[in-house]
Design a protein around this ligand. Structure first.
Ligand code: MRU
Length: 352
């Protein structure tokens, strides 16, 4: 499997997803700023992957800081945290990863600067490794949804390249493929920057999964004609009441699913769940440059100077979500608030 990000010899290599599917180029990041820029300009994207990138950026900054005491080392990292938290506001994974790196720092403040540096590198690499395991678990909990002959629709890219590996929404697809189940995937192209066309179609084809690409506005007709068994998407932030922020257009798809009685599932690693926010309207929604809408590969497709709305994400209300599938199992959106309470979860776990 292609990796979206690699740590090697105190350098971070990021697969430039802006160039997919034509080119497979890795950006060499020698400073944490390079990683922050790669997150901001979508060279690396997808909530878990940008969490991993943020953790690696902290570790990378640690290798470049010249400090004698752990106290001054810690102080020098403050602007790094600040910068990373300001790259992309919707995915809570960046905050989650930064908090985890901070807690490694706190737990080890009594150690030498060299030791702390090493521990930060280990922590960032562990976040990446654990993410692969988490996704496999999500895949196992969702596998029952994919039957012989199933047609699955997905949106944007919640795939291997959006995570440490396997993806979240795509994890059951990779597992079904491994088990020899025959099924097909419909990938929505996902305007404006086409993650579905450029990335999901690319990675599923590479894995030998039967994938068909559609323009976003074809989804409704297929859902209405009974051509789709279920829809599964990822999330950048799922909040306490089960509302889900994901790529702009996810909300419309969820409403189409409800109208046409097609189940709508969300794959959500716990790192994307934010219980500190009560409901979806409080989730910060990223606004992106208008050029993403008015041009394709630098070629204008709209009149110069036209006004543009380019929100990167929207919020799907919990009422449209059939179930949220995490590494701890599948749950109704209203039960996601118990995600850290294993006793309660046991009672509410759904069998898909
Ligand atoms: O703007 P992007 O490409 O980072 O948006 C990505 C998505 O919306 C994904 O569905 C989400 O991050 C989940 S990735 C497992």
């Amino acid at each position: 499997m292609l990796k979206s990000i690699v740590w090697e010899n105190n350098t971070v290599y990021i697969l430039d997803q802006r160039l997919l599917p034509e080119r497979l180029d890795y950006i060499e990041c020698t400073e944490y700023d390079d990683v922050a820029l790669a997150i901001k300009n979508l060279s690396i994207r997808g909530a878990p992957a940008i969490g991993i990138a943020a953790a690696m950026a902290v570790a990378l900054a640690g290798t470049r800081i010249n400090a004698k005491t752990s106290k001054s080392f810690l102080e020098s990292l403050e602007p790094v945290f600040e910068k990373l938290l300001n790259t992309r506001p919707t995915a809570v994974n960046i905050k989650w990863a930064v908090e985890r790196m901070k807690s490694t720092l706190k737990k080890n403040h009594h150690r030498s600067v060299d030791e702390i540096r090493e521990l930060l590198i280990n922590e960032a690499c562990n976040i990446q490794k654990e993410d692969i395991e988490i996704n496999r678990k999500i895949g196992e909990h969702a596998l029952g949804l994919i039957k012989e002959g199933s047609t699955v629709m997905t949106y944007c890219n919640a795939g291997s390249l959006a995570t440490g590996g396997y993806g979240t929404a795509t994890a059951p697809m990779y597992l079904a493929k491994e088990r020899g189940i025959k099924f097909q995937v419909i990938a929505c192209e996902t305007r404006p920057v086409l993650q579905g066309a450029r990335i999901t179609a690319f990675e599923l084809m590479n894995a030998g999964i039967d994938v068909t690409l559609i323009p976003d506005n074809t989804a409704g007709a297929l859902l209405r004609n009974g051509k789709v068994d279920f829809v599964i998407v990822g999330t950048d932030r799922t909040v306490r009441n089960g509302d889900v922020a994901n790529k702009i257009g996810t909300y419309s798809l969820s409403v189409l699913c409800r109208e046409n009685k097609v189940p709508f599932y969300v794959a959500a690693p716990i790192s994307s769940i934010d219980l500190s926010i009560k409901s979806g309207e409080l989730i910060p929604i990223e606004e992106r440059p208008s050029e993403e809408v008015t041009t394709i590969k630098g070629i204008p497709i709209a009149p110069k100077g036209v006004k543009v709305i380019n929100r990167a994400f929207d919020v799907t209300p919990a009422k449209y979500v059939t179930a949220i599938i995490t590494e701890k199992g599948a749950f109704l959106p209203k039960h996601i608030k118990y995600i850290h309470n294993d006793e309660k979860l046991e009672r509410f776990r759904l069998k898909l």
